[in-house]
Design a protein around this ligand. Sequence first.
Ligand code: GLU
Length: 283
Amino acid sequence: MAGDPIGAGAVTRFAPSPTGLLHLGHAFSALTAAAQGRFHLRIEDIDRDRCCPEYEAAIYEDLAWLGLDWPQPVMRQSDRMPAYAAALARLAPLTYPCRCRRGDIRAALSAPQEGVLPAGPDGLIYPGTCRGRDLRDAGQGDVIRLDVGRAFDSLGLDRIGFHDRTIMPDQTHSLTAAEFLEGIGDVILSRRGMGTSYHLAVVVDDAAQGITLVTRGKDLFDSTWIHVLLQRLLDLPTPDYAHHRLIRDAEGRRLAKRDDARAIRHYRGEGATPADIRRMVGL
Ligand code: GLU
C-alpha cells in the first residue's frame, strides 16, 4: 500500500487460541494486523484440553462481524502435528528429554536463591538438571528442551537480533547467548503429551504461511527471542515484528480471556457497531 510505510506489501497474521471469547485486545490486534498487510488467520489449538469448537466458531464470527476476511482454508495447528514433528526431529541433536516437574524446578532454583525465583517469558528459568540426558531415554511424561548453549554454538553465533517496527524501530534488538541463557534458559520445544510447544509451532507456521510481519501484543516481546533463535536453527527467515500496545481495563490491567465483560460479543449484544469497537480501542 503506497503511503503506508508501516505495512507496505507485508503478509500479516492474527493467531488466536480458541480458549475463550475474543475481547477488545484481540480486536485491536486483529484490526492492526489487517491494516498492515495481507492478512491471514491461524487457529492456535495445540492445547487440546483448553481449546473448544464453540470458541473457534465465535472467533470466525466476531472477526467477520468486525469486517475482516482472510484466505481459506484457515490454518489450524491441530492439523499440523507432522510439520512440528519434522522440525523437532531436525533439532533433535540440540535437545534433551526433561523429567523435572514444576516442584523439582522450584526446589532446584530455591537452593542457591533466596526470595523471588528467576523467571523469563517461558516461566521459571530451567536450571539444567536434565541437560545431557539422551533422547533415547525419554520417558512418556518427559518434555523436550532445547540446549540453548549448544544451539548458539552450533550456529557459531554469540548473539541474535530482530527488527521491531513499533518498539525502537530504528534499532536492531539484539540478545547475546549468555543473556538468553540467563533470562530465558533451555526452553521447552515439546510439552507433555502435546508433541510441540507454542514456540515451535508458531515459528514453523509463520514460515509456512509466508508471514513477513508479525503483529502482536507487547507481552510477547520477550518470546520473540525464542522464535528468532528457532528460525536460525531451522533455516527459516526472520520476519519483521510489530509488538503493539496492550488494551487495558479501567484499573490498568491487561485484558484476559476471563474478562467476558470485555468480550466483543458482549458489546455486540449491547448494540455496539464495528466502528464503536474501533473507537473503543483507539483506532
Ligand atoms: N496464540 C497466541 C495467543 O492467543 C498468540 C501467538 C502470537 O501471536 O504469536 O496469545
